[in-house]
Design a protein around this ligand. Structure first.
Ligand code: NAD
Length: 254
């Protein structure tokens, strides 16, 4: 898949040190875009930089927390200084709650999951949207999940956060569509990333169960979500607004 339009564009990706965010960062660098990856995991970001295999300085990493305004301000300034205004924002950072039901969810767990998965998207978006509005162009893609549409893909906090991301994305698009902004969400099903390492641990029975329950009969690679992102962020997808694109091997068709 090749998109000429990404050459020289500036992409800001949260969660870029691992899994889906890493695959997205690599995919956009390969298209000739300039990518700033933000993540808590410094070592993982170094690894992403290596994997881009790029010698033109198209990938820059910033170690920071999406729940901290001060970190976001520094990261966005760095992105602007190096590459100019941000054209595409990929809000991908997220954490699981280990399928914890509400009665076993501590206030600390609830607050952290909602802070990273939902408030992080709100904060990063609010620090980048003004420059998108100034240039009357911007694409925002928020990482939801099938847990944003049905129960069973997470626990109380994770499922609540992912449902909320979908609502936030629709409202975001609704409020700024006339000013050149296009916002959508992606809802992945079973994607094999470090987030799901526990499913593959031990006898791997959980991973096997997921495979059997998924109509397509397999886990997907993070690169498959990155490919969908390349399309969804492109001009080819210009009429796609405020929606959720599932990539779940048929999980929701049941
Ligand atoms: P992952 O654990 O491999 O990557 C998540 C990244 O987010 C990590 O590098 C982590 O360090 C980073 N991160 C966590 N908290 C952060 C914070 N406060 N600030 C900055 N970075 C932070 O997971 P993944 O599977 O690649 O998941 C990426 C996104 O996709 C998440 O939002 C997740 O909920 C969503 N998702 C994943 C799956 C799946 O099956 N893997 C399915 C549906 C949705």
């Amino acid at each position: 898949m090749h998109f000429d339009e990404y050459v020289g564009k500036t992409i800001f990706v949260t969660g870029a040190a691992s899994g889906i965010g890493q695959a997205q960062a690599i995919a956009f660098v390969k298209q000739g875009a300039n990518v700033v990856g933000m993540d808590l995991d410094e070592v993982g970001l170094v690894n992403t930089a290596k994997k881009t295999n790029d010698s033109n300085g198209r990938f820059t990493a910033f170690t920071g927390d999406v729940t901290k305004t001060s970190d976001i301000i520094v990261a966005v300034k760095k992105a602007n200084k190096l590459f100019g205004a941000i054209d595409i924002l990929l809000n991908t950072a997220g954490i699981l709650d280990d399928y914890t039901p509400t009665l076993e969810t501590s206030e600390t767990l609830w607050d952290r999951v909602l802070a990273v998965n939902l408030k992080g998207i709100f904060l990063v978006t609010n620090h980048i949207l003004p420059q998108m509005l100034s240039q009357k162009y911007g694409v925002i893609i928020n990482m939801a999940s099938i847990a944003g549409m049905v129960a069973g893909g997470g626990g109380a906090a994770y499922t609540a956060s992912k449902h909320a991301i979908i609502g936030y994305t629709k409202q975001l698009d609704h409020d700024y569509i006339k000013q050149g902004i296009r916002a959508n969400a992606i809802a992945p099903g079973a994607i094999k990333t470090p987030m799901n390492a526990a499913d593959f641990a031990g006898d791997g029975k959980m991973a096997e169960w997921v495979e059997k329950e998924t109509p397509a009969g397999r886990w997907a690679k993070p690169e498959e979500v990155a490919s969908l992102t390349l399309f969804l962020a492109s001009k080819q997808a210009d009429y796609i607004h405020g929606t959720v694109m599932t990539i779940d091997g048929g999980w929701l068709e049941k």
